[in-house]
Design a protein around this ligand. Structure first.
Ligand code: FAD
Length: 374
């Protein structure tokens, strides 16, 4: 289906707007990339990053009537809401679960629960110490939550572009322009830009375009995580807690271990191991094989000596902020049009922090556009 989206920048998109399931399914495909003809004045808002922050912001803006394009360098949406399929196993390898602390995020989670997208996984990982605090999983894997939000965004008339890495953000005076790596995509113009990548990547985009970089952004640092994904025939039930998972401090080397079938998202046994930050940093530049060789004794210890059929390594250089910025978003100063920075490094970490940052940044852009047009 080819759809001409309704908003004024007039894009031709391969995605189309069909029944939610069709859109949701298509959002999962790598052929999701849209073919866009950039109009003279561009979109109202260009959002860089289709993780929780960017999708939340994009949806808030498009539902308020703005023309919005979200671009992401990944093959699909989600960023650190990441799920990998290995044979019949489905494994979350980025965020493992999320918690709810604010009523605002709680309202969104209740809606997703009602839509059948998320459910309570457990009330604690330590059998001796169930604290009653719900930990949510996404049914079918974390990336499905991102696909759900992306489907809603596209369904509301938003334009989603994947497989395109933004190289620079340039203030032309008339618009803010994003240029892309490679030569396949012409620059995008917008009346405002929201950058939601991890901050070192935001700095790269701003510097490449000769834009000022707010000083506090340079102070944000991240910890790394190495994820190991194992497919095995041996059910480790009993070695992990009742939810099929172990969290530090119960295991000293791994911050988190989850068996994804017991978690309820996989048809086959598949284990996710996250190495603790100091170990992740020490091994980060090693080859996958070196990492596997180094960690094999630790994996065997957890598995009680059992082996595995397949093992894959995924490195997260920017897994989570070590020291974030206290505000939910920051504005780049000295530019005529709004350029805002948001993400889980702003105002609170994790999935909930990303959601709230995206919301607050979108509201700020809506306020600024009302002031400009008023
Ligand atoms: C291993 C791991 C475990 C975690 N565990 C948990 C957990 O259990 N609970 C929890 O709440 N949180 C957890 N988190 C954190 C959580 O995943 C993040 O806080 C949240 O997903 C961040 O969302 P975001 O949209 O801010 O950033 P991201 O998800 O990183 O999204 C940013 C997007 O920007 C894109 N991008 C970057 N540069 C460019 C560019 N130049 N051009 C175009 N696109 C670009 C990226 O491809 C990415 O999709 C975990 C994270 C990791 C990595």
């Amino acid at each position: 289906m080819v759809h001409i989206s309704a908003h004024r920048s007039s894009q031709t998109t391969i995605l189309g707007v069909g029944p939610p399931d069709v859109v949701r399914h298509r959002v999962g495909l790598s052929a999701i990339a849209t073919v866009s003809a950039v109009s003279k004045d561009g979109v109202d808002v260009l959002v860089v990053g289709a993780g929780m922050t960017g999708l939340t912001a994009g949806l808030t803006l498009v539902e308020a009537g703005k023309s919005v394009r979200i671009v992401d360098k990944g093959r699909s949406v989600g960023g650190r809401l990441a799920t990998r399929r290995i044979g019949r196993a489905t494994l979350d390898h980025g965020a493992q679960f999320f918690t709810v602390r604010s009523s605002e995020f709680g309202d969104a989670v209740r809606m997703w629960e009602h839509d059948g997208v998320v459910s309570v996984w457990t009330h604690g990982f330590d059998a001796e110490n169930l604290d009653g605090h719900p930990r949510y999983r996404t049914n079918g894997g974390m990336s499905r939550l991102a696909k759900h939000l992306a489907a809603a965004f596209v369904g509301a008339g938003g334009d989603l572009v994947v497989n395109q890495r933004v190289h620079s953000i340039i203030d032309t005076g008339r618009s803010v322009t994003a240029t892309y790596d490679g030569t396949t995509r012409p620059p995008d113009e917008a009346q405002a830009v929201l950058l939601t990548a991890p901050t070192p990547q935001i700095v790269q985009m701003l510097e490449a375009g000769g834009m000022p970089v707010p000083d506090p952004v340079r102070l944000v640092t991240y910890h790394a995580v190495i994820a190991l994904l194992l497919i095995t025939e041996h059910d480790p039930a009993g070695r992990l807690g009742p939810a099929g998972a172990l969290q530090q401090p119960l295991d000293p080397m791994f911050t988190f271990i989850a068996e994804n079938r017991a978690k309820g998202i996989s048809d086959h046994i598949g284990l996710t191991f996250h190495t603790e930050p100091a170990l992740s940093a020490a091994l980060f530049d090693c080859s996958d094989q070196e990492i596997i060789d180094r960690l094999t004794p630790e994996l065997r210890r957890v598995l009680g000596g059992d082996t595995w059929n397949e093992i894959q390594v995924k490195k997260w250089r920017y897994a989570g902020p070590r020291n974030g910025h206290p505000d939910r978003f920051l504005a780049v100063k000295g530019v005529r049009l709004p350029v805002l920075l948001a993400g889980d490094a702003f105002g609170g970490a994790r999935v909930e922090g990303a959601f709230l940052s995206g919301r607050r940044a979108a509201e700020q852009l809506l306020r600024q556009s009302t002031q400009t047009s008023g």
